[in-house]
Design a protein around this ligand. Structure first.
Ligand code: HEM
Length: 313
């Protein structure tokens, strides 16, 4: 199975799935993909910077605190890729994966080549969302979002945690209140994490709504025989971190796309996924854009399960 992801056994159930992050490694670096995904972010942002990176006025301190939290954490967990030296507010960041060095003064925008969130967003493979923890609704106030799965900052900026999730079927009824409380209660120094998954007929990381028309026919030519290579499991490793100074909550989303055949090497995983798809409420299948794919996916997953059964008989 994929890193961080374990498919539930039994019927589909919308769950919070939140756990403590231990060790508290916030950022998930994949050295083999890092430079390529950074280049992709550069290309996406060069196309339309405002669509993919937005910050509300008054969020400068939260953006700087994102740098203050992430760089030491990355240098601690990936010393082979990053080093950080500090002298008071004067910081020097060496990114060995990119071969770059950045010296800047914390809090002084003139010393960075980009806005603080845009700069730090390009040091990680994650998308970064900053929620204002001083407002009980935990609204989204700053975002660096190149690899979103079907949503965009234009639709979500300034909106509360619950309003952001309004399009998600069953969210309000089943987990809205505990999830909202969880957001309010993330503690300083005790980050949490969860995983989300879906299936896409493409390995494209940027699935923003604005791309929809351009890629409307990605599923053409998929058959039960090639489904394992043409469908991708799209997993999101999400972390939640409270900032001590500004009280903001950082929400990180690390998206991985892996061909189904590779993501589900164990036929038991194929069986689990088939059961989840079979028991998923139609509204959730539709929300995940899986309605038209369900039959094809089940044909593939059932064949994988049957192949295992015929070997073990
Ligand atoms: C306890 C924390 C959270 C839980 C349990 C949660 C759960 C979910 C679930 C189940 C979905 C549906 C995705 C799918 O099944 O394919 C979703 C979508 C989404 N989540 Fe969260 N989420 C959490 C935190 C956040 C935070 C902090 C943000 C901040 C930006 C966020 C933004 C979104 C967005 C934008 C969507 C897509 C909504 C749309 O389609 O318009 N989530 N979330």
């Amino acid at each position: 199975m994929l890193k961080h992801l374990a498919l539930d056994e039994g019927a589909y159930d919308l769950k919070m799935n939140v756990r403590q992050l231990a060790p508290d490694c916030i950022i998930d670096v994949d050295a083999a993909m890092y430079a390529r995904e950074r280049a992709l972010k550069d290309e996406i942002l060069a196309g339309d910077a405002h669509y993919y990176c937005q910050t509300l006025p008054g969020t400068e301190a939260m953006q700087w605190e994102t740098i203050e939290i992430l760089l030491p954490n990355m240098a601690r967990f990936y010393p082979e890729h990053f080093t950080l030296t500090t002298n008071g507010d004067r910081w020097r960041w060496t990114n060995l994966l990119l071969g770059t060095e950045t010296a800047f003064t914390l809090g002084d925008p003139a010393t960075l080549p980009l806005s603080p969130l845009d700069w730090v967003g390009r040091q990680v493979q994650e998308d970064l969302c900053v929620m204002d923890g001083n407002d009980p609704g935990s609204p989204l106030v700053a975002g660096h979002l190149c690899f979103a799965s079907g949503w965009c900052l234009d639709d979500k900026m300034g909106r509360s945690f619950l309003a952001i999730h309004a399009p998600v079927p069953l969210f309000a009824e089943k987990i809205g209140r505990p999830a909202d409380l969880m957001m309010q209660r993330v503690k300083v120094g005790r980050p949490t994490a969860r995983v989300n998954w879906t299936i896409h007929p493409s390995d494209r990381l940027n699935c923003a709504p604005v791309m929809k028309q351009q890629y409307a026919f990605e599923h053409d030519g998929i058959t039960p025989e090639n489904a394992g290579e043409r469908y991708y499991l799209r997993s999101e490793w999400q972390t939640f971190v409270r900032y001590p100074r500004t009280n903001a909550v950082l929400f990180t989303i690390r998206t991985r796309v892996t061909p189904l055949a590779e993501a589900l090497p164990d036929p038991d995983d194929a069986r689990r996924l088939a059961t989840l798809l079979r028991t998923m409420p139609p509204a959730m299948l539709a929300y995940k854009s899986l309605t038209r794919h369900a039959e094809m996916l089940l044909a593939y997953l059932d064949a994988r399960t049957r192949a295992r059964e015929s070997v073990t008989m």
